[in-house]
Design a protein around this ligand. Sequence first.
Ligand code: AKG
Ligand code: FE2
Length: 301
Amino acid sequence: MSESKGDAQALMPSPEDIEQYRRNGYYISRRILSDEQISEALTGSERIYRCDYDEVFPWSGNPRVDPNFGVPFTDRTLSRADGYASFHSLGLRALARLPMISAIAAALIGAKEIRYWKDQLIYKPPARESGEAEGVTGFHQDKRYWPTCKSDRMITAWIPLQDCSTTNGCLVVIKGSHRWRNNHALATFGERNMDFIKSKLINTEGDELVEVPLELKRGQVSFHDCYTIHGSYANVSDSPRRALSVHLQDGENRYRDLSFLRREKPVFQHSHDLICRKTAKGLPDYSDPEIFPTLHRVAAQ
Ligand SMILES: O=C(O)CCC(=O)C(=O)O
Ligand SMILES: [Fe+2]
């Protein structure tokens, strides 16, 4: 979408929007994507599903990095999540690295710099074909998947590739739950029993548990804090629900070395740790520009 500076400013969150994001843990943007951008992403996603890649990297075929690389997506009654989609498809890369998205993220979290962290292309099939729980994304906190990240200010941009409502399984957030800090085990993306997860949630703030379905029109993007508890229910429409999740880090994020835990329990290792460059101390460098490009930087005054 080509806009003048003034148009772009009008698409940014207002001070009230930012205040609400910090209080509630989520934000829904105005319509910031053009039909053309979405249609290129859709074409890109179908090409990924056919294993027709725009670019391939030395690590692409490592199943510990991307288990779906080289696996055609044929059984469309199943759900599927492709990590690293924006590396292998230029249409998806354009969306994942869109300046407007990282500018909004920077405004919401008050960061001077935003770097890309990772993305995931998610396909949720119509439930009628696949059975009730197929495609349900269990309530979880994104940060629980990234314990080696020092930052607590990471943020996710969720980009639907069609209109999204409760019928096709839109994203659902638990209002204010980014402040519920004691839910340490919420790496529960793959758990399909939502009531079970909800029964286990620890609400340290005493808030009511309010689920907010984020119903979005094509071209809108939602943002959530890395601690906001969120997931999605089954897709009971006739068409698949597709989305690109783009996870972003603030410029201050660094690798946290958890290897001192080795003797006690398995150490969490992110697949990024296998592919990014290393610091002088031999530790993963989460500012490697090849894997974590800087997408937004406030000019020095
Ligand atoms: O699309 C979904 O159902 C889940 C997406 C998600 O967990 C995320 O964007 O962080
Ligand atoms: Fe998530």
